[in-house]
Design a protein around this ligand. Structure first.
Ligand code: GLC
Length: 553
């Protein structure tokens, strides 16, 4: 399996990227139009979240046809043009394959509903009484994970929305079908694949209620998941391509196994532990200040553990399911937004793994913080707003939780220029662009050589030039302050030390001895650099980078 550690992936949420048809929704020609922008930034791959035909209940993660393009995004010809235009610029296209479930509008599910036994067996249909679901499992979007179909006198499993029915991977016909889908896209020139919640595909042999949780312990990293992934990769012939699996509530050991080349499974994994350090008691809908010691422990365990086990992780702070990290790690309401954005960027490009940029990271987009619940669109947010109301929470408190947690935070259309709709669309965008985003527009950022955008470009180039950043060992360093995180990368005689502050006060970082053979890279400083005497000290949310002289940019 090739080593992807010097590759950089840019995630595109096409609905919110660029609209060429004045519908208020982005499309594939919009992506083609921005390829020069992406080539200039220096990325190697673009990952498109699903563009397949879909009723859109979960914005495309409810797929109704795996081998076509939803007309709202364009045509298959547009995708072919995107692949070709990307190739001319050295950019590969990664598609997002959602195989844990299909939309209930998918022909397979419709045939199942019509009682066809072949297709009933494509899903998890379980006979039973209308009042008693097979288990007490909860859907990840809230409410029970089973839906009853009176006509069939059966329940079907849906770990997500009730319109997203889980596929039965124990059925060999299902496994053949999905492998064929991947082969078909690969033949069209697709360079890689992201597999949505792929560690949930193997369900347990028996349906057992969970007396201590929501059921996830029974289906997460399920009994045959490794065999099914290895088989898919082999059958689809994608063992040399960039493959990344989204892993829900997984463990380090499992991720090592999914991504160690000897397993012949995936090139890398996404895990989300570092993005849960602001969940009170593990509850996404209970907001608390980020726990930085916990973040340090997680980053260090995962970085060092993946290295020791020969695994590979995607490096990211944002995606279409997350509030923007520069808002969630900010305890000051925006005073240090630029500093935090720069610090997160440096961390992304200096850790071990494969950096993923999510659209707008390079512009420093924050959460939109809409003033009303009616501005939010996401199915999960709307479900939870209802659930929180049923639990007796006040409207103001619900709005505050949704503002902090909604997946729409990452889905606001990209501001390309400073016109009224920010150059995203000539129509009203499907999700509002806050007026403040105008100042963060891409055209201005590219013009300003000191902008965050240029830092991203510099970091991409820098990482590609130095094996210490791609292949080097990683070790987390002892820190003098609970809100500091520091690590070193080493490769032969080369060494880089990164020291970061995650708080809005002055902090004592690490012992000066850790950097006494290195010199500081001053070009990226976000605040005056305190002299290094006994310790490396940090201004609010500052990042300081020290490196062997020959590594300086
Ligand atoms: C993944 C996707 C998310 C989607 C879910 C169900 O977590 O990233 O957007 O809702 O899977 O497909």
């Amino acid at each position: 399996m090739p080593d992807f550690s010097s590759s950089v992936v840019y995630q595109i949420y096409p609905r919110s990227f660029a609209d060429t048809t004045a519908t208020g929704t982005g499309d594939l020609p919009g992506v083609i139009g921005k390829l020069d922008y992406l080539a200039d930034l220096g990325v190697d791959y673009v990952w498109l979240t699903p563009v397949f035909p879909s009723p859109g209940i979960d914005n495309g993660y409810d797929v109704a046809d795996y081998c076509a393009i939803d007309p709202q995004f364009g045509t298959l010809d547009d995708l072919d043009r995107l692949i070709a235009a990307g190739r001319e610029r050295g950019i590969g296209v990664i598609l997002d394959m959602v195989f844990n479930h299909t939309s209930t509008s998918h022909p397979w599910f419709r045939r199942a509903l019509a009682g066809d036994p072949t297709y009933l067996d494509y899903y998890h249909f379980v006979e039973g009484s209308p009042t008693k679901p097979p288990t007490n499992w909860q859907s990840k979007f809230g409410g029970p994970a089973w839906e009853y179909v009176p006509k069939l006198k059966r329940w079907y499993l849906h770990l997500f929305d009730r319109t997203q029915a889980d596929l039965n991977w124990d059925n060999p016909a299902v496994r053949r079908e999905v492998a064929e889908v991947v082969r078909w896209w690969k033949r069209r020139g697709v360079a890689g694949f992201r597999f949505d919640v792929v560690n949930l595909i193997s369900k347990p042999e028996h349906w057992i209620s969970d007396d201590s949780g929501d059921g996830r312990r029974f289906y997460t990293d399920g009994p045959h998941v490794h065999d099914y992934i290895a088989e898919l990769v082999d059958r689809a012939g994608i063992g040399e391509d960039l493959t990344v699996g989204e892993m829900s509530s997984t463990s380090l050991e499992e991720c090592v196994r999914y991504s160690n080349p000897q397993s012949h499974e995936l090139a890398m994994t996404f895990n989300f532990h570092h993005l849960k350090v602001d969940y009170a008691d593990g509850d996404k809908w209970a907001v608390c200040a980020p726990d930085i010691p916990r973040l340090r422990e997680l980053l260090s365990t995962w970085q060092q553990g993946m290295a020791a086990g020969g695994g590979c992780q995607a490096l990211f702070w944002n995606n279409h399911d997350q509030p923007r990290a520069l808002t969630r790690f900010d305890t000051t309401g925006g005073a240090y937004r630029d500093q935090i954005a720069r610090m997160l960027a440096v961390v992304t490009f200096t850790m071990r793994g494969v950096p993923f940029i999510y659209q707008g990271d390079e512009l420093g987009l924050p959460d939109p913080c809409y003033g009303s619940l009616s501005d939010y669109r996401d199915v999960e947010s709307l479900n939870y707003a209802r659930i929180l109301r049923e639990r007796g929470m006040s409207d103001d408190d619900i709005l505050a939780v949704i503002q902090a947690r909604s997946r729409d935070n990452g889905r606001v259309p990209v501001p390309w220029d400073d016109t009224a709709t920010c150059g995203f669309s000539e129509a009203t965008p499907w999700l509002a662009i806050p007026p403040s985003f105008r100042q963060l527009n891409a055209a201005a950022a590219r013009r300003d050589p000191t902008s965050l955008w240029h830092l991203y470009r510099d970091l991409i180039r820098w990482r590609k030039r130095h094996r210490v950043l791609t292949e080097g060992d990683v070790r987390f360093l002892p820190v003098r302050d609970a809100d500091v995180i520091a690590y070193e990368r080493t490769h032969g005689t080369h060494r880089v030390v990164v020291v970061t502050s995650w708080c809005a006060r002055q902090a004592t970082g690490i012992d000066a001895a850790e950097v006494d053979d290195l010199s500081e890279i001053t070009a990226w400083a976000t605040a005056p650099l305190a002299a290094v005497t006994e310790t490396v000290d940090l201004a609010p949310y500052q990042v300081r980078v020290f490196a062997t002289a020959s590594l300086h940019p």
